[in-house]
Design a protein around this ligand. Sequence first.
Ligand code: ADP
Ligand code: ADP
Length: 225
Amino acid sequence: SRAIVLRDVSKKYDRGSYAVHRVSLAVEPGEFLVLLGPSGCGKSTVLRMIAGLEDVSEGELLLDGSYANDVPPRERDIAMVFQNFALYPSMTARDNIGFPLRLRDPGADHGLQVDATARMLAIEDLLDRFPSQLSGGERQRVAMGRAVSRRPSVFLLDEPLSSLDAKLRSHLRAEIARLTRELGVTTVYVTHDQSEAMSLGDRVAVLRDGVLQQVSPPRELYARP
Ligand code: ADP
Ligand code: ADP
């Protein structure tokens, strides 16, 4: 079944305005879908509803074929990475990456899994450092490692590169493409950057003022009759 399905999903805030209005969208297992649009168009809200960090006001969310509107975030097989990394400052990179594994299974030794994850992100040499001892790009690598260490089936990224400089952005963009392919994980990637969307997405979903405009492979995006 489809990994993620949104059926006429809306997010309505207190004063009755819609941040997201009747979005319908299906993401296939292993697909890399980019959600593209200007700031304030509702991209984060869509992502946060998929993660369970925001309630769905109207419509239906299905995860792996099951109705998921009411499933708590912890019970969704989903990991999310944010723009500002949000690493635990008092933990080394190793402990940050191992954190979700300890949460799930406190007694076990997660060393091998942490090492395998670090290898995938080429951060083996950084494992004993604290976040304050890492550069921005290194922090984002560790944050991605923490997100994928327990091998979630869905990986959500909310503007993960926007606080990095241009050179790092293009480098990490390639890393993200490689990592998600290697993991075979279903990915939804939020950005306002068109070239990022075009280079990363199997398909690109364009959002404007909370409404889905079109969903197409990058090549067909601006080639409509
Ligand atoms: P994007 O991620 O595309 O920048 P957001 O999803 O963050 O957009 O925001 C979409 C819209 O919802 C914006 O107009 C924003 O002001 C509004 N919004 C976000 N969170 C809230 C909230 N808690 N209450 C009211 N409005 C909100
Ligand atoms: P992003 O980092 O994805 O742009 P932000 O959290 O910065 O998301 O919020 C995007 C927009 O949503 C901003 O304009 C912000 O003012 C607005 N917003 C966020 N939270 C609320 C809220 N609780 N109430 C009203 N507006 C909000």
